[in-house]
Design a protein around this ligand. Structure first.
Ligand code: ADP
Ligand code: MG
Length: 354
């Protein structure tokens, strides 16, 4: 018997680990399984008229949220949004969600109900039902799992693969807000710990803070695409950061890409706060700040005119043949290779706990 390989998870990271798991399940046992591991949601063919979508997400205290500055109602809302976003990323319509919680002894009945108030507001917003869950105790910490089911017509499904050279790259809303919101909340937490009586300063930062605490899935954009009769050739939701998620599309589609810095939609408060208060390049925040839950998608070039000056959608670049690489053209015209420096569960967690 050979010696067992000893590899730390941080060495291969979250995506490397998912690849390892995927390799262990190369076969499909069921004809119904169209897409298993590797997209924003699994795709099952169990109905003649549409495809069934299924996706699951964990939100863990201390890793994904800090209860010091996260109201439970917002957390309930966010838990649902994060899952709805994965159904949107398949160009689908969400139907129902399960929400499971593991609670430690700090939690009271009103606290749990507060969390579910947020779940309820989100269910109303996205027009879905809470269809179940599981309730357990945890030794320490709040753990949330959501599983969502949705559907999409066969001719409208959008995968991460499917982008073609010449396609335009589109992004919804603006990016970087959630990350700046996180930095603001972490800063105020430090202040509070150092000086508990000092006033916490949140005025003027409402937008980035709301992006962190109460992100909204872009179901509205899915409806806009439907009304315009446009089916994206590829789509993903931006949870890890634009660069990382765009590279997912490029790898899955076997294409290259170019994006233009002067086109990046960044909110003015986010831009100013990044630059002046955190000494961060707003472009880096745009490319690598995660958790905005906007959509990134590609469309055939002929649809370009539909999205020029669109209030919700910005064209930021173009898909290229694979040999041309994946890069950004800066405002001054220089070429920078895209690297995935966004969220990687294990690498980031390790960095923060070193
Ligand atoms: P997202 O950020 O959109 O939630 P992830 O990056 O978490 O997507 O997951 C990418 C793909 O890997 C999805 O198809 C997901 O179902 C799959 N996946 C992630 N973790 C596991 C796991 N532990 N076992 C099987 N599949 C997994
Ligand atoms: Mg996703």
């Amino acid at each position: 018997m050979g010696k067992k390989e000893y590899i730390h998870i941080e060495e291969i990271g979250e995506f490397g680990l998912i690849e390892e798991i995927k390799k262990m399940f190369p076969d499909r046992r069921r004809n119904e399984t169209l897409v298993a591991i590797g997209d924003d949601a699994a795709v099952l063919n169990i109905h003649d008229d549409f495809l069934t979508l299924l996706s699951t997400d964990n939100l863990n205290e201390g890793v994904h949220f800090d209860l010091f500055y996260t109201p439970l109602k917002h957390l309930g809302f966010k838990s649902v949004s994060v899952s709805v976003s994965d159904i949107c990323a398949m160009n689908g319509e969400p139907l129902g969600i399960t929400v499971s919680i593991a609670l430690d002894s700090r939690f009271t009945v009103p606290m749990v109900k507060e969390f579910y108030e947020g779940v309820k507001i989100a269910c109303e917003k996205y027009n879905i039902d809470l269809i179940g869950g599981d309730t357990t105790a945890s030794y320490k910490g709040l753990f949330i799992n959501t599983s969502i089911i949705g559907k999409v017509e066969k001719e409208r499904v959008a995968y991460r693969h499917g982008a073609k050279p010449g396609d335009l790259i589109c992004v919804t809303g603006d990016l970087g807000g959630a990350y700046i919101g996180l930095l603001i909340m972490q800063r105020e937490k430090e202040v509070h710990i150092e000086a508990p009586l000092a006033t916490i300063k949140l005025e003027g930062y409402e937008y980035p803070i709301s992006r962190l605490l109460k992100p909204e899935a872009r179901l509205d954009v899915i409806k806009i695409l439907r009304e315009l009769d446009v089916v994206p050739t590829a789509m993903i939701d931006i949870s890890d950061g634009l660069a990382s998620d765009l590279l997912h599309i490029c790898t899955s589609s076997n294409v290259g890409c170019v994006i233009y810095e002067d086109k990046f939609p960044i909110d003015p408060v986010v831009y100013r706060t990044a630059l002046l208060e955190f000494n961060l390049n707003p472009t880096t925040v745009f490319l690598s700040g995660g958790e905005d839950y906007e959509l990134l998608f590609t469309i055939p070039e002929k649809y370009g005119p539909l999205f020029e000056n669109h209030p919700d959608i910005t064209i930021i670049g173009k898909i290229l043949p694979p040999e041309e690489g994946t890069y950004m053209i800066s405002k001054s015209g220089n070429r920078y290779e895209l690297t995935a420096q966004g969220w990687d569960a294990f690498r980031k967690y390790r960095r923060e706990n070193q």
